[in-house]
Design a protein around this ligand. Sequence first.
Ligand SMILES: [Zn+2]
Length: 179
Amino acid sequence: MNTMPSPDLQILLNEYFAAGEMYPRWPWTWSAMTPDQAAALDTVVERWISTYNKVWAHTEAEIVPACWRQHPGLAIDTTVMTWGYYFAHHDPRATPLVAVQYHHQALVHFRSAVERWLGEEPRKCRTGQHPDSWRAGPESLIDLMSGNTKTVHNEPHMPLRELHFGFDHLAAEPEPEDK
Ligand SMILES: [Zn+2]
């Protein structure tokens, strides 16, 4: 058994257990991650998804496809599920009840939500043909509401670190290599 966390996981655990900081960089908050931390987080979430797909994806609709990063809602959800798993199974403060809640509430919800996070053509995503138009319907309505008349199509890939949801004062500073 490997007794040490992988280097990627260690980078994130340093933030997870950072004590005494006013604004800790919780490793499930993409906008708080530096580019190096975001790269580590990407690897750790990818590992969780790989195991999830093998253990808990019992139907096609429950499979998380390789294009998960291009579906920000799914990417954020898989990230909190990754750390929810950690908290339920490995955090020193975990209790059996936390694990029960994770498995009987969070995971049940997640499995039923994957299909919706993928948008309008989930099968294309699952066969490696992620369509840029995966959210064309809602995007056109959102544009209509805001009076935007430009032709609507989804951005091919929204950088997860830029999604601060208005909490930009807590976002990590961009670094030179961060384009
Ligand atoms: Zn996709």
